[in-house]
Design a protein around this ligand. Structure first.
Ligand code: SF4
Ligand code: SF4
Length: 279
């Protein structure tokens, strides 16, 4: 079963929850899908056992066959192509590998080649399995790396997928591969606006989800009001606590190191698995 941890914005506590909850389950998988800046490894320090490269297919242009009609350049919606000095040039980081330019070329001047955009580290950290996706610097397409991670992961295990922030294609890749979604929300007005976006997406995908309210102990909590008005299931709340913030910022897995937090995260785990109908 895949449980995906999402938020409308960064810094709400997705990694805090996914790392601490995964650490409570023997032989679970912690999967860091935030491939632009994965940070779960700072808590787990996994031993890397295998590294899988991730490629995308990009076009290569044959100057001997190209007649300079520029149809491919006009076709590319991602502005990855330019015709300069009588040659087609490609900016590989902008290419989405759709294959359209190859199809549109009537002169067989386009062939395709593999271009590495990142890799997946597969490892082990104490009793849990880890997968970390990394996107190469200057690349822009995170989704193929995330899709490859979901293709590789053993879904018979309990998988805790730490997803990217926002509501982009890479987040959608996580949603469509998840059996249950935990949205970690932050009690601010900005948090509320981002939460709305993610809830719209979840409705679109008809996803099964619940919400954890992080830093819930503010005087005025617009997010809690918003959620309660709509009868959205709340999985639990965590108040802001300096000790938890300090320990986590040092990369401590508090669900293992401190009995008080162990009980707190155990309760969350129980509630999530119950809502997700995990047997
Ligand atoms: S469509 Fe084919 S022939 Fe025309 S510019 Fe592109 S590669 Fe060259
Ligand atoms: S494969 Fe698609 S995205 Fe890439 S250059 Fe060709 S048309 Fe553009």
């Amino acid at each position: 079963m895949v449980i995906a941890f999402l938020s409308g914005k960064g810094g709400t506590g997705k990694t805090l929850f996914s790392v601490n909850l995964a650490s409570l389950v023997k032989d679970s998988v912690y999967m860091d899908c935030d491939v632009e800046e994965p940070n779960g490894h700072l808590f787990l320090h996994p031993e890397i056992l295998n590294q899988v490269p991730v490629n995308k297919i990009i076009p290569v242009f044959d100057p001997d066959l190209c007649v300079g009609c520029r149809q491919c350049v006009d076709f590319c919606r991602y502005n990855a192509l330019a015709f300069i000095h009588n040659q087609v040039h490609i900016e590989g980081s902008l290419c989405h590998g759709c294959g359209g330019c190859k199809i549109i070329c009537e002169h067989q001047a386009v062939r395709e080649t593999a271009h590495e955009i990142g890799h997946i580290d597969i490892g082990k950290s104490n009793k849990i399995n880890t997968m970390t996706g990394w996107m190469n610097v200057i690349e822009e397409a995170a989704t193929p790396i995330i899709e490859e991670m979901f293709d590789h992961v053993d879904k018979t295990k309990l998988v805790f997928a730490d997803c990217p922030p926002g509501a982009s294609c890479s987040v959608m890749a996580c949603i469509k591969n998840a059996d249950y979604v935990v949205v970690v929300a932050e009690a601010t007005l900005y948090g509320q606006e981002n939460l709305k976006l993610i809830l719209e997406l979840l409705t679109e995908f008809n996803s099964h989800y619940g919400i954890i309210l992080n830093q819930s102990n503010t005087q005025d909590n617009p997010v809690k009001r918003y959620i309660m008005e709509r009868n959205i299931p709340i999985l639990g709340e965590v108040n802001y606590e300096l000790e938890l913030a300090k320990r986590s910022s040092m990369g401590e897995i508090v669900s293992i190191s401190k009995s008080r937090y162990h009980s707190m995260f155990k309760k969350f785990l129980y509630q999530i698995l119950k809502e997700a109908n995990y047997e």
